[in-house]
Structure formats: C-alpha cells, structure tokens
Design a protein around this ligand. Structure first.
Ligand code: TRP
Length: 335
C-alpha cells in the first residue's frame, strides 16, 4: 500500500525558536518514514507583509539549512523553496478563478493583519492584494502535491478549510482530480513565552520571550535563568504557568527521569526553582547541541547548501509540472 502524502510549509521569517521546533518541525522530522512527506520554505508568502529583499533571500537559504539541521532528509522527503517551483504560482492563478471574493474577505488572518498594518500606519500602511489572495497560494501549495494531510496549527485551520473548498469547487467544475486535504493533528508540546508564560512563545513578543533554536549555550542559560516562574503559588498547590512551562520543556527534551524527580519535589513542596531552571537549561543545551553543530557545518559551505536547495526543489518541479499539465488540460488552457 502506498503511503499517504503529508505536506507542510514554513515562512522564512528568520530564526526558528524552540516553540516552532517542539510544536511543529520536530514532528515533521519524526513522520518522514510513516508518510510520503513534502515540506516547503514559502518565500512568496513572506512577501505579503512589508519586508527587506536582501533579508528575505538570506532567510530563505538559512531556513532551508535549518530544516536540514533539524533532520529533514531530502532523501526521504521532498523539500522545496517555493519560488524555485513556479508551478505553484501558475496554479494560484487558476485557483483564483474558482475562489470567491466573499470567501477570501472572511479570512480572519487577513482581517487581523490588515488592522495590524493600519495600526502601524506610516509606510507600512499598505495592504497588498497578495495579502488578500495569500490563502489561494497556500491552497496551490497543498493541492499541487495532491496532499492528503496537512499538519497545521489553529491559526491556519481556516486557510486549510479554504483549500478544501477550492478542491471541491475545482472537482465539481472540471472533474474529480484533487483529494480534499485533511488536518493532521498530533499531540505536541505548546511552549509558552518565558517572560509572559500565559502567552504562546513568539518572536514578535520580543527577545526575552523566546529561545532561538540555535542560540548559544550561554544565552540559553541566561534566558532560562530569568524566566518568570512564580506569581505567588503555594508549594504543592496548583502549578503556575511559568513553572509548568519549564516542566513541559524538560519533558519535550525527553528528560523524563529528571521530570519525575522534580515533579515529586514540587508535590511535596521542596522544589527549588533554581534547580528546576538548571535542569531546564541543561536539557535544552543537550538536546539542541547536535542541531547547532549540524547547522554550523552546513553554513560553512554555502555553495554546497545552495546546490542542495536547487536539487531538492528540482524534484518538486518535476512532480508539479505533471500535475499542472493535467490541470491546464482540464480547465481549457493550451497545454
Ligand atoms: N500560511 C502558513 C503559515 O503562515 C504557511 C504555509 C504556506 C503553509 N503554505 C502552506 C502551511 C501550505 C501549510 C501548508 O504558517
């Protein structure tokens, strides 16, 4: 029996943090044998908000390298850079013509980002049509590989539903062709901000709030040390969000023995937060060290990295060219 296909993508918006890793990317790595996986660095999506061209190019290459460093293996999975596979954009146009304007207007992320841009004002007060049609490009990313499953977070559920609607509308109009992509849910750790543990870890909250996946050991230790732990909870009582977050990081690192020991201490009221923080920092440092080493090695030969990026994307181009040919035939274009 052939494996089901899974597809997911990440925007090259700079450094990955431990929340992205434990909450998504590590799972991408883990499912590479079980599914037929396709992963992408979606640079075209990153153009929908104000950005710097030189930085976008660098971030795209770096994100490709970072995914390799995390363990995405181009021998097992397809790993493409979106702009190197122009078939996505061509399919986006075709899909734009089976997408309703009204449905696009109802996307909550578009509304949120629009008000964010309006609030920032000044030069940033420009809302591009690209931001509006972004979900159509995302549908093309998914459907051009005929993906069965898409691991997505809550924030992307509405976009995935839109992809299903596009698939259905296309199939009704032109003949059954695209499978309807379903979300792939996996129980994954949700890492919270270190400085405000009631909020999800995010780079946009600021430096103190997140730990970059490839940060130096020193910096990891410093950030863990200053993490918010307690806001007046009693020993043995309910765990405060900050303490729970450190526990969950230790568990995410697979340090279960230490987790159990510390939890016992928590329950009988003898837990020292300094000890909890030491164990958290050690667990992170040990888990992330091999990734950082792999990244340093890949970064030391950018010519090779560039070659890998083009080769891996060429595999995606071969596959999507065939799909796009079928589609063009179906919709009445000369193919
Ligand atoms: N929109 C997604 C995000 O911002 C990124 C993305 C683009 C994506 N194309 C995709 C995710 C296809 C899953 C499948 O996170």
């Amino acid at each position: 029996m052939s494996k089901k296909r899974v597809l997911s993508c990440i925007q090259p918006t700079g450094e990955i943090h431990i929340g992205n890793y434990f909450g998504a990317v590590r799972n991408w790595v883990d499912i590479q044998d079980k599914y037929d996986c396709v992963y992408g660095v979606v640079d075209l999506h990153a153009m929908t908000m104000p950005y710097d061209p030189a930085r976008l190019r660098e971030n795209t290459t770096q994100m490709f390298i970072d995914l390799l460093a995390c363990g995405i293996d181009p021998k097992k999975s397809v790993l493409f850079v979106q702009s190197l596979v122009p078939q996505h954009t061509e399919l986006t146009w075709i899909f734009s013509c089976v997408t309703s304007y009204g449905e696009l207007s109802r996307m909550t992320q578009f509304k949120d980002k629009t008000s964010q841009l309006e609030a920032e004002g000044g030069k940033k007060n420009f809302i591009s049509a690209g931001l509006f049609t972004y979900p159509v490009l995302m549908a093309a990313d998914i459907l051009i590989y005929k993906a069965h499953y898409v691991p997505v977070g809550k924030d992307q559920e509405q976009h995935l539903e839109m992809s299903r609607n596009i698939a259905v509308r296309f199939n009704n109009q032109f003949g059954d062709y695209f499978p309807e992509p379903a979300p792939l849910y996996t129980e994954l750790p949700k890492v919270m901000s270190l400085a405000d543990p009631t909020r999800k870890m995010s780079k946009s909250l600021g430096e103190k709030h997140y730990i970059g996946l490839f940060e130096s050991e020193d910096s990891i230790r410093k950030k863990v040390k200053t993490a918010v732990t307690d806001t007046g909870s009693q020993p043995g009582g309910e765990m405060s969000p900050g303490v729970a977050n450190l526990f969950s990081i230790i568990r995410a690192c697979g340090n279960l023995q230490a987790w159990e020991e510390l939890n016992k201490q928590f329950l009988n009221g003898t837990l020292k937060y300094s000890e909890l923080k030491n164990v958290t920092a050690d667990s992170l440092v040990n888990t992330l060290r091999p990734l950082r080493e792999k990244r340093t090695e890949l970064n030391s030969d950018r010519t090779l990295a560039d070659k890998l990026m083009h080769e891996a994307s060429a595999v995606a181009r071969d596959y999507t060219t065939r799909v796009l040919d079928d589609v063009k035939g179906m919709v009445g274009l000369i193919s």
